[in-house]
Design a protein. Structure first.
Lengths: 510, 302
């Protein structure tokens, strides 16, 4: 596509400008985006290579130039520190090494050696002499092998890091002593933990929790996508599971062969998830802003009452309100019965039975859920818009609509850009609303042969949940779906985030 | 618009030499205000109706299933009596304990995390924040399977679900630091620097200067942490699967609206809903000010 110069561009008509912009987005913007990713990956590997190189040469030089205390620290961690009087530090290093060695000898070695196969011997019928009968005996446990295998790998990485730290400590200590200064004592170390190293103290516990209960499970589940872990291969009670490579991605995403129905279902649910996230985000956003503007308007009384009524609905736990509302709209629920009693309708309205009705109804009920939050957020921002903007525009003869599109909306969009992005992605994963309202129904008959029997209002996240429940739970497929959700969310986030005008330096606030 | 307003408009128009049908500025304002009042009243009704329905139906005696009217024909406390003969008491206690303990620990962890990321500039800070942003893009649902099996190995599922759930809630709560970090960012850094010059340690600055100023966000964090377990459904159901003793209110009451139970439990569900909602709502309304401050301040900048 031809690229115009600035002057040529300015001469184009409005429609042409738009078409040109659109064309440029596809011919230049997207390629540039992927080129950027490619360059970033390249830079990463280059930096990695350089980093490893300097580390190795540093290790070598430290060994060559160091004294005997430093050199023995390569084998006995903390030796140098203890010899130089930093007993506390040295003992901690030594303790860590001891724990590591004992762990690797007793358990870690086994988990690590089993990791490539995920277990060799499943449960087996074994003759029991005491009972004079065959009983089931259990041997390897694939689940535990994978879990503790990953944990062991984490531990080894931590050990390598600590080992490197221990050597660097020696080098630094040598330098300090050579320049004739005093080394930090154990007491100094402890004191620095509440002062200039205070962040380490504060972060230790939260990060440990995140590591064990978020990072480890996520790594585990990513690995599961490459195994055949499911209800009939649970790794212990019935069959072991093992690595299957990319087979599951093939099942989920291939458009040909017998598995086409998976790809079709996945595509359908993905499209609905995006439609849902779009409407759920923007209907709430604009209606919430509208409500906030109505309440904020000059001359409206008892503002506090209106706000309180809306805010009160936030307080009530969602499972009560959503379940109740879901039953209100049911075939024999309050609304249908009421309308029939009044004689306004003859047959129950198919709120949850018809796909289109169900989809529209969940979006509308989500508005009911979401407006109070958005009203609160918008109120705060609207009050911050400088009033003189409105006054000067009024003098220039702007009407209310012009004021809205030229002042209020740009201001709101600028401030809430990042919020809109996160609310879009969290709507994509809005489990509660969908599951409590429809449980994903009505059932999609075309997709019923697929695991989890997807329905018309199922989001990827509720489908994922359905796949993991029941005796035929296909964890490996759920894991593939989860990874795909991540990919979609990450792509949207990266593209939108870079396009946002309000990504400013966070230091500006302080 | 009242008759007087109309007369006013006509008089004003004649006086200002306008066409008799011209609507003056003030009249226009009155019209739009009237429309806004109508809309707001309508909205309030729509927003409150489900809750009024729940309240009224919880007192209905004549039938326990869904009907086409709202006001009961016979009033009584039968549903509440029936409610407390089920395991509801146990679920309520479970949820309350979870909410209390989680609120306590989660607040500590979130504050540590957000304060550190707001105030300290250390080597891995940017990488850490980016890493957590990426972690947050993975659906949390995915990790349930493994967390369930780990908890099961530890013996913290089914009837022991309460400590297990608390452990998981608290351990992963560090990820939710955005709102309170946004708040800490608004406290001027010059306060810290002044104290540092005066010889205070970092820990003293946190205790003596920042925390007293951060009261709104502390209360906001406690409040949201306290309210979350009342609504948690998915993971709680996974962990307490099949045992009534370990359930929280959401999981227990969800079953009452199953196809085969809804006929006999519908009004009891309403009664349970009222019992759950009232204390939470009262607490929330009392601390509303802080909640609004947290949402409007922190959520946007996040």
């Amino acid at each position: 596509m031809k690229q115009y110069s600035d002057l040529e561009y300015l001469r184009l008509s409005k429609g042409r400008k738009f078409l040109y912009g659109l064309g440029r987005f596809f011919t230049a913007g997207i390629p540039r985006f992927f080129k950027g990713i490619g360059l970033a990956v390249g830079r990463f590997f280059k930096r990695l290579g350089v980093g490893i190189g300097t580390e190795l040469s540093d290790l070598f030089l430290t060994f060559k130039n160091g004294d005997w205390k430093t050199r023995s620290s390569y084998l006995i961690m903390g030796f140098g520190s203890i010899c130089r009087g930093q007993v506390l530090r040295g003992l901690l290093f030594l303790l860590f090494e001891a724990v590591f060695i004992v762990y690797m000898l007793t358990a870690g070695g086994y988990w690590l050696s089993m990791l490539p196969s995920l277990g060799k011997q499943g449960p087996m019928e074994v003759y029991n002499e005491v009972l004079d009968a065959y009983t089931t005996q259990y041997f390897d446990n694939s689940f535990k092998i994978l879990l503790y295998g990953v944990l062991t790998v984490f531990f080894i990485i931590a050990f390598l890091y600590t080992w490197r730290l221990n050597i660097r400590q020696n080098r630094i200590a040598e330098d300090i002593l050579r320049s004739g200064k005093r080394l930090k004592s154990g007491k100094d170390d402890l004191r620095s933990l509440v002062d200039d190293q205070f962040h380490k103290t504060l972060l230790a516990l939260p990060l440990l929790g995140i590591l064990v209960f978020t990072v480890l499970p996520i790594v585990f589940m990513i690995l599961v996508a490459f195994t055949n872990y499911d209800g009939t291969h649970d790794g212990y009670n019935n069959n072991l599971f093992t690595w299957v490579g990319l087979q599951n991605f093939n099942t989920m995403l291939s458009w040909s062969g017998g598995n086409k129905v998976y790809a079709a279902t996945f595509g359908e649910i993905l499209v609905w998830t995006l439609i849902w996230a779009f409407f759920a985000t923007f209907t709430n956003y604009f209606l919430g802003m509208f409500v906030a503007m109505m309440i904020n308007k000059k001359g409206i009384r008892i503002k506090k009452v209106w706000r309180t009524i809306l805010v009160m609905t936030i307080a009530i736990p969602q499972f009560i309100s959503l379940l109740y509302v879901s039953k209100m709209f049911a075939k024999n629920g309050l609304i249908n019965l009421f309308l029939m009693n009044m004689g306004w309708i003859q047959q129950a309205l198919p709120f949850w039975e018809d796909p289109t009705w169900a989809r529209v109804t969940v979006i509308i009920i989500n508005i009911w859920i979401g407006i109070p939050y958005l009203m609160l957020i918008a109120t705060g921002i609207l009050m911050n818009i400088p009033q003189d903007l409105y006054e000067s525009s009024r003098i220039d003869g702007a009407n209310a609509w012009q004021q809205y599109t030229k002042i209020t909306l740009p201001y709101m969009l600028f401030i809430t850009g990042p919020y809109l992005l996160t609310s879009f992605t969290s709507n994509m994963n809005n489990f509660n609303v969908i599951y409590l309202l429809t449980s994903g129904g009505p059932t999609n008959s075309a997709a019923s042969s697929v695991a989890g029997t997807a329905g018309y209002t199922d989001l990827l996240i509720t489908w994922l949940f359905k796949i993991t429940t029941g005796a035929e739970a296909q964890y490996y497929l759920a894991s593939v779906v989860g990874i795909m959700v991540f990919v979609v969310v990450a792509l949207i986030s990266v593209i939108v985030y870079n396009a946002l005008p309000s990504i400013k330096n966070e230091e500006d606030f302080q | 618009m009242s008759r007087h307003d109309k007369v006013d408009v006509r008089f004003e128009n004649r006086y200002l030499n306008r066409h008799p049908n011209h609507i003056g500025m003030r009249a226009k304002n009155t019209i739009s205000n009237t429309i806004i009042y109508v809309v707001l009243i309508l909205m309030s009704v729509i927003w409150l109706i489900p809750f009024i329905c729940i309240l009224l139906q919880s007192f209905r005696v004549e039938s326990t299933w869904q009907v086409g009217y709202v006001v009961p024909q016979q009033w009584g406390f039968d549903n509440y009596v029936a409610l407390f003969q089920t395991d509801f008491k146990r679920w309520y206690l479970n949820t309350f304990i979870m909410a209390l303990v989680t609120a306590l620990f989660q607040t500590v962890i979130v504050l540590c995390m957000s304060y550190t990321l707001s105030r300290f500039r250390f080597k891995m800070r940017a990488a850490l924040m980016r890493f957590m942003l990426i972690l947050g893009m993975f659906p949390g649902m995915l990790t349930m399977i493994i967390l369930y099996r780990v908890l099961k190995d530890l013996g913290l599922t089914q009837s022991n679900a309460v400590p297990g759930l608390i452990l998981v809630y608290v351990a992963s709560s560090g990820m939710g630091y955005y709102v309170s970090k946004g708040f800490f960012d608004t406290i001027p850094k010059s306060l810290d620097e002044a104290a540092l010059v005066d010889g205070a340690t970092r820990a003293q600055i946190l205790w003596k200067i920042i925390l007293p100023l951060a009261k709104p966000i502390v209360i906001y964090t406690i409040l949201t942490a306290f309210m979350a377990p009342w609504g948690d459904f998915v993971f709680a159901r996974y962990v307490s699967f099949g045992t009534s003793e370990g359930m929280n209110v959401a999981v227990g009451m969800f079953n009452w609206l199953n196809k085969d139970q809804i006929g006999s439990c519908y009004t009891m569900f309403c009664a349970g809903g009222v019992v759950v909602a009232i204390p939470v709502t009262i607490l929330f309304m009392c601390l509303q000010k802080y909640y609004v401050e947290g949402v409007t301040g922190g959520a946007v900048k996040g």
